[in-house]
Design a protein around this ligand. Structure first.
Ligand code: ADP
Ligand code: ZN
Length: 520
């Protein structure tokens, strides 16, 4: 039976039209050519290899590091009547034998396999004896040492090209930066592949980032005013906070469930199922939740803590509004978030280069929090994409932040860091600037430095907001030693000398008060 791509889309998958570049990618593969596909999460990558596997003769071999996801995909495909299977070590010898026979006979459309299994000689032997439609390498950024998902098994996947030069290959990823892309093409021997780069824009998601000012209450206001009875995800950094927040929301009359790696597997599965099936449930979760969650009507994603990178922020917020209907990505953040991330990073394992890289990514995330122009433009710019016009659907477009000339203020703030030896945290610095003779100030003799009491024009909370923005702009670095001391960076020199004008957000000054003495 001759099948064409569109009829497979409609009759097997039940969709009307292709999305974005799916059609071009699928045709390219059906013609036997290689492809490198960069598409955001939720963009519809799976169909790009599933349909050609059905249209071409032989089995499509799909490699992915995400075992749970492969299992899910296989069950979903089976439910649609597609002959798909997962070759893994949980199969009995008998099951495995019969599966292999099916593969050899070309009786299977899709075979999912983990990379470490694929590169084993016995698997390669099987594939050499079988008709092959294509190879799909999902999560292809795992070949990149630059990212943090690096998998050494993935490097060996370049052997596919040598062993099966006639079988078309498609590599897919949602990781956009050009450096990773080049690495994928080189390491997988995909230099002749066509590149398909989709836009990362998710126009129906409204991006909003607020300063923490009683974050739970801020969240509650949002849910009541704009998302009553709707499904959403609330991300928190710690398991503890997940549990507490879920309980608190429930107490406020908003049905919420916790999800984190500290819960039993059964409970996690149960909460996930309920979230997928029931209407209007809020999932309060750590980043452990979300991989492969495909719920189209998630109306909001809220962050009560800062994600560790823009990539993470994008992935997590990307779980909202997959159905294309309006959705909100809302976040509350404060300087204490940045300090906590830096402490965690300092204590984490990983070499210097890794840590430096993670610092850069964190700082980019902070930068996104403090932009004064369109947030979507800033977000897409990070992924190497240029959005011509401000989007009109983010907080900075809808309520342009007021800015003020902070050239002199930042000069004072920076020199106070310098005069006190770059060993103190923001509260101490603010005490010095505003002339608040705390015990610590007196003990350090900082009531005698030249920046003592020179900051009377702003309140303590305003100074804190200024410091936060200086950190976000990379003019100050938070020391990772655990105390949150602020240090000057190379970039700050011209600002310290007052040579470059600096404009900061004014509204930022309002809210710092409550987080005042929160421990870094
Ligand atoms: P990705 O792997 O890029 O994150 P998926 O392949 O999981 O994305 O697809 C995301 C969602 O979009 C799924 O629910 C999928 O069924 C749906 N989808 C993909 N392509 C289409 C299409 N052409 N029409 C309608 N829905 C689609
Ligand atoms: Zn905008």
């Amino acid at each position: 039976m001759q099948r064409d791509a569109l009829s497979v889309l409609q009759h097997v998958f039940g969709y009307h039209d292709f999305r974005g570049e799916q059609r071009a990618i699928i045709d390219n593969l059906i013609d036997g050519d290689d492809a490198l596909v960069l598409m955001p999460t939720g963009g519809g990558k799976s169909l790009c290899y599933q349909i050609p596997s059905l249209v071409r003769d032989g089995v499509g071999v799909v490699v992915s590091p995400l075992i749970a996801l492969m299992q899910d995909q296989v069950s979903a495909l089976n439910a649609l009547g597609v002959r798909a299977a997962f070759l893994n070590s949980t199969l009995s010898a008998e099951q495995s034998q019969s599966l292999q026979q099916q593969v050899r006979n070309g009786e299977l459309d899709l075979l999912y396999v983990a990379p470490e299994r694929l590169i084993q000689p016995r698997t390669l032997e099987l594939l050499h004896q079988s008709p092959l439609a294509l190879f799909a390498i999902d999560e292809a950024h795992c070949v990149s040492q630059w990212g943090h998902d690096f998998r050494s098994d993935y490097l060996q996947l370049s052997l596919l090209h040598r062993e099966f030069p006639k079988v078309p290959r498609i590599a897919l990823t949602a990781t956009a930066d050009p450096r990773t892309r080049t690495e994928i093409a080189e390491r997988l021997d995909l230099t002749g592949a066509r590149h398909y780069v989709s836009s990362f824009d998710r126009p129906n998601i409204q991006y909003r980032i607020e300063r923490k000012d009683g974050a739970r209450k801020q969240l509650l206001r949002l849910l009541r005013a704009e998302h009553a009875g709707e499904a959403g995800i609330v991300y928190c950094l710690s398991r503890n906070k997940v549990d507490q927040t879920a309980q608190w929301l429930t107490d406020q009359g908003i049905p919420a469930l916790p999800y984190h790696a500290g819960l039993s597997g059964a409970m996690r599965a149960d909460h996930q199922q309920r979230f997928l099936r029931e209407d209007g449930l809020v999932m309060v979760a750590t980043v452990a939740f979300g991989m492969g969650i495909d719920k189209p009507d998630v109306r909001f994603v809220a962050h009560l803590d800062l994600p560790k990178s823009i990539e993470a922020y994008y992935q997590e917020t990307g779980r909202a509004g997959r159905d294309g209907e309006p959705a909100t990505a809302w976040m509350a953040y404060g300087l204490e978030d940045a300090i906590r991330h830096k402490q965690m990073l300092a204590q984490s394992e990983g070499n210097e280069q890794f840590k430096r890289h993670e610092h850069q990514r964190l700082e980019a995330m902070l930068g996104l929090c403090e932009v004064t122009h369109c947030r979507r433009q800033a977000l897409l710019h990070y992924f190497g994409e240029n959005l011509e016009q401000p989007c009109g659907n983010c907080d900075t477009c809808l309520n342009p932040p007021q800015t003020f000339d902070a050239t002199e203020a930042s000069q004072k703030a920076l020199s106070c860091v310098f005069r006190t030896g770059q060993r103190f945290g923001v509260n101490h610095l603010v005490d010095v600037l505003t002339g608040n003779r705390s015990d610590k100030v007196a003990a350090a003799g900082h009531d005698h430095v030249s920046t003592w009491n020179i900051g009377g024009e702003f309140s303590a909370s305003q100074w804190r907001a200024i410091y936060r923005q200086l950190v976000a702009r990379g003019l100050l670095a938070v020391d990772a030693d655990g105390y949150g001391a602020l240090k000057l960076t190379e970039t700050c020199r011209p600002y310290l000398r007052g040579e470059v004008p600096l404009h900061l957000r004014k509204d930022a000054a309002k809210s710092a008060e409550r987080t005042r003495r929160s421990k870094p």
